[in-house]
Write a protein that binds this ligand. Structure first.
Ligand code: 5AD
Ligand code: SF4
Length: 465
C-alpha cells in the first residue's frame, strides 16, 4: 500500500469532526462516558484518543462505568483470558443497564478485529449498541452518530492499515505521555495474534513525531514513552531511512527530561541504537527486551529469528555500553511441544541474565496463528507448575538484582501515593524500578531526587535528598 492510502486524509478527519458536532447537537445524546481498557500501552493510548473524541462530542468522564451514559470497552485478544474477561464484563453491564435503559454500550479494539468476531457480536451480543475494530477508531464520531440516530446496532470492521493523525487526545496523566511512533507488526511470531488484528507495520512520519514531542515538551511533560509493536524496525517504507536510532537521537534533543520506549525485538536491536542510548542525555537507562524462551528449538518454532546466544550477546552489549541498565522481559511457558528440558533452558537463561522484572505468560492458543495448529499442547497442571517455578525463580533473583541500587541516587517520577503508607509516594526511577519515598500529594507528577536505602517486597525504598 502506498502512503496516501495509509494516512487518513484531512478531508476525512474534517468529516469526522463534523459528525462530532452532529452528535453534540442531538437532544438525547449521552452526556457522560467511561472507557474500560484491557491490554497493552498501545490500547491505553487508543483509549486516550477515544476519550478525546468523546469530549469533543460534549461528554464528560465518569469515574464509574455503571453511572456513565456511554460505556466503551477497548479490548485485547493477545491471550484468551483477556478476551474472556472483557466479554464477561460486557455481559455484566447488560444487567446494570436494566436500571439505566438509556445507557449506550460499545466494544472496540483488537478483539473486534479478530476474524469472525463481528458475527459473534451480531448474533450473540445484540445488546451491544456499537462495535468497531482498531482500523475504524478515527470514525467513532460517524459511527456513534449512526447508532444514536438509527437506534440500531452498528458493527463496523475493516481490514485496513491506517494512520490517523491529529485526533483529539485526553491524556490520563499530565506528567507522562505516550507517543506512538509506529503501528502494526510484520513479525508474525507463530503464537501471536497482533499482526492479524493490528495490521502491517507502518511508521509515522518523523517530523510529525518530533512536532508532537515538542508540543509535549512545551506542555511541561516530564516523560514520554515511545510506542510501537517493534520500535526497533521503525522507519521501514519511509523516505530517507529514518531508523529508530536516528529518530531517538533527534527526540533526545527536544529536551523532555525522560524518554522511554517499548517494545523491542532482539533481532532488530542494533549497535547504533545502543550507542545512541549510551550517548543520550534524556534516554533512560532501561530496556524491555522480550526473550519469550531460552531454548533455540522453541525460539525457532516461535519464528523469533534469534538464538539464545544472540539474545545473550545483545544483553552483554547493552550492559557494557550502559552500566547498571534496568532490564525487563516477557516469557511464554508451555509453547506447543515444550519439554521439561526446554523449559529448563528458559529457567537457566533467567538465572544467567538476572532481569529486574519479567512478565510471564502461559501459552494461549490463538485461532489463525501458526502455533494454534502445532501439536503438543501442554496439560494445564504442567503449565501451572512451570509458571510457578519460573515466577519463584524470578522473584528470588529480583531480591538480589535490586540490591545493586541500595546506596545509589535515583530520580523518581512520582506516580501517586504509596498503597502501604499515607506519608509516602511511589514512582519509577530512571531504571524503571519502583521506589517508595516519603512525600505527599503535592509530589505527584514531580521528579524527586532520593538515595535508595532499602528493599521491601521487591520495592525499593528511598530517602529524599
Ligand atoms: N500466549 C501467551 N502469551 C502471549 N504473548 C503474545 N501472544 C501470546 C500467546 N498467544 C505474550 C508475549 C508478548 C506479550 C505482550 O504477550 O510474551 O511479548
Ligand atoms: Fe506479536 Fe511478535 Fe509482533 Fe510482538 S513482535 S507483536 S510478539 S508478532
Amino acid at each position: 500500500m502506498n502512503r496516501e492510502e495509509i494516512v487518513v486524509s484531512r478531508e476525512e478527519l474534517e468529516r469526522q469532526r463534523a459528525f462530532s458536532g452532529m452528535v453534540k447537537a442531538l437532544p438525547h445524546r449521552p452526556r457522560s462516558y467511561h472507557v474500560v481498557t484491557y491490554g497493552c500501552q498501545m490500547n491505553a493510548h487508543d483509549s486516550e484518543k477515544i476519550a478525546g473524541m468523546l469530549e469533543e462530542m460534549g461528554m464528560t468522564a465518569s469515574d464509574q462505568r455503571e453511572n456513565a451514559d456511554f460505556v466503551i470497552f477497548n479490548t485485547c485478544c493477545v491471550r484468551e483470558n483477556a478476551e474472556r474477561r472483557a466479554l464477561g464484563n460486557v455481559t455484566w453491564l447488560k444487567e446494570v443497564r436494566k436500571q439505566k435503559p438509556d445507557m449506550v454500550i460499545a466494544v472496540c479494539g483488537c478483539m473486534i478485529q479478530e476474524p469472525g468476531m463481528a458475527e459473534v457480536i451480531l448474533k450473540k451480543y445484540k445488546f451491544v449498541n456499537l462495535a468497531f475494530g482498531t482500523a475504524n477508531l478515527h470514525k467513532l464520531p460517524e459511527m456513534l452518530y449512526e447508532t444514536l440516530n438509527s437506534g440500531r446496532q452498528t458493527v463496523n470492521v475493516e481490514d485496513r492499515d491506517v494512520i490517523a493523525e491529529d485526533l483529539p487526545i485526553r491524556r490520563l496523566r499530565n506528567d507522562a505521555a505516550y507517543l506512538t511512533i509506529m503501528y502494526g507488526c510484520d513479525n508474525f511470531c507463530s503464537y501471536c495474534i497482533v499482526p492479524y488484528v493490528r495490521g502491517r507495520e507502518r511508521s509515522r512520519d518523523p517530523e510529525t513525531i518530533l512536532r508532537e514531542a515538542e508540543k509535549l515538551a512545551e506542555a511541561g511533560v516530564k516523560e514520554i514513552m515511545l510506542l510501537g509493536q517493534n520500535v526497533n524496525s521503525y522507519g521501514k517504507g519511509l523516505p530517507g531511512n529514518p531508523n529508530f536510532a536516528r529518530l531517538l537521537k533527534r527526540l533526545d534533543e527536544v529536551g523532555i527530561p525522560r524518554i522511554r520506549f517499548m517494545t523491542s525485538h532482539p533481532k532488530d536491536l542494533s549497535d547504533d541504537l545502543i550507542d545512541v542510548m549510551a550517548g543520550g542525555k534524556h534516554i533512560l537507562p532501561q530496556f524491555h527486551l522480550p526473550v519469550q524462551s531460552g531454548n533455540n528449538e522453541i525460539l525457532k518454532k516461535m519464528n523469533r529469528h534469534y538464538t539464545r546466544e544472540q539474545y545473550l550477546d545483545r544483553v552483554s552489549r547493552l550492559r557494557a555500553a550502559i552500566p547498571g541498565i534496568g532490564l525487563s522481559t516477557d516469557i511464554i511457558v508451555s509453547f506447543p511441544g515444550e519439554t521439561e528440558e526446554q523449559f529448563q533452558d528458559t529457567m537457566s537463561l533467567v538465572n544467567e541474565v538476572r532481569f529486574d522484572s519479567a512478565f510471564t505468560f502461559i501459552y494461549s492458543p490463538r485461532t489463525g496463528t501458526k502455533a494454534a495448529d502445532m501439536e503438543g499442547i501442554i496439560p494445564e497442571d504442567v503449565s501451572t507448575d512451570r509458571i510457578k517455578r519460573l515466577i519463584a525463580l524470578q522473584e528470588n533473583l529480583q531480591q538480589e538484582t535490586l540490591k545493586r541500587f541500595i546506596g545509589t541516587e535515583e530520580e523518581i517520577l512520582v506516580e501517586g501515593l504509596s498503597r502501604r503508607s499515607k506519608l509516602a509516594v511511589s514512582g519509577k526511577g530512571r531504571h524503571a524500578v519502583s521506589v517508595t519515598v516519603e512525600g505527599s500529594e503535592q509530589d505527584i507528577g514531580q521528579i524527586v531526587k532520593c538515595r535508595i536505602t532499602g528493599l521491601k517486597n521487591n520495592t525499593l525504598t528511598g530517602e529524599r535528598i
